[in-house]
Design a protein. Sequence first.
Length: 359
Amino acid sequence: MTDTDTHDPTSLRTPIVAVLGHVDHGKTSLLDKIRGSAVIEGEAGAITQHIGATAVPLDVISTIAGELVDPDDFDLPGLLFIDTPGHHSFTTLRSRGGALADIAILVVDVNDGFQPQTIEALDILKRSETPFIVAANKIDTVPGWNPNEDTPINDTYDAQSDRAASRLDESLYEIIGELSDEGFSADLYWRVQNFQRNVGVVPVSAMTGEGVPDLLAVMMGLSQRYMKAEMEIDVAGPGVGTVLEVKEEKGFGTTIDTVLYDGTIRSDDTVVVGGTNEPIVTDVRALLQPRPLAEIRTESRFEKVEAVKAASGIKIAAPELEHAMAGAPVRVVRDRDIEDVIEEVQAELADIAVDTDEQ
Ligand code: GDP
């Protein structure tokens, strides 16, 4: 019996978070800042580096966010950030015909405002009906800004000169106006009552960490409030995921980096994977996770695990993965009829093909 068998059959998984926005507006820096804060604040091992994703558990979020997040108010286990920001990965990564990400952060440089890729990102979010919040980034570059590392926005705002504060206000209202021009009713996040109707804007700095507590608190609150039902999964059930990347790996042959969003995958499972020609039926040879940094010098970068449950990023080594396709579905067969699973994968592949033609 594996660890996952002993859990309550239905359980809440981590929402999957994607980061979008115009080039150089700070997507990578923001992800790095969140990861960095989580490493510093968390107990050893509290933040887990997955394959292609980073899991930030609720207790770490609550330590970073301080009074903004009381862990007793939440039963979602945290947030899983997809490590590759950008539109391409967002649009290729799909699940059951929708976006793989449950929620998104749209990063906008406060000084630069809306740019072509900002508008493109909004179109993608609109089309995929993905809930999102706007991170108005680089507030530390507002002229006269007095930085206060890692503090909630209201604390640092109160410490600013009137001039710096009103300069920030002007930039934020410009962003709110631009969102409105694109058909989104938006406001500063603390004024938003209903996040289903209004987009929340969170002022942040990926450099100084100001506003990052707020950003995590809003993401967590939005997920808990509006997405809890979608996060209910059958953890012990057969795993379902999406291929992030197909990669040659020394000693393992062709592997697929996969984000699992439902159920469990075990190291002795048979899986059906979407391929360039047809679905591939194969037996898992190994499930691989990144080894903790301290151990990497002497051994392989990866360690083998027996099972993983959603939501997580995992590398799957198996024969015949050469024609596996990024963005394609992965489904564990377990005790189901293999033909049914192949059909499901085929149907999902057909969906992807239709969408690609439309773009
Ligand atoms: P991406 O292309 O959206 O991933 O943007 P990057 O994260 O690579 O950031 C682009 C540049 O902006 C880099 O030089 C970053 O150091 C800088 N940058 C990002 N966020 C901030 C911020 O909050 N404040 C300041 N001052 N610079 C930032």
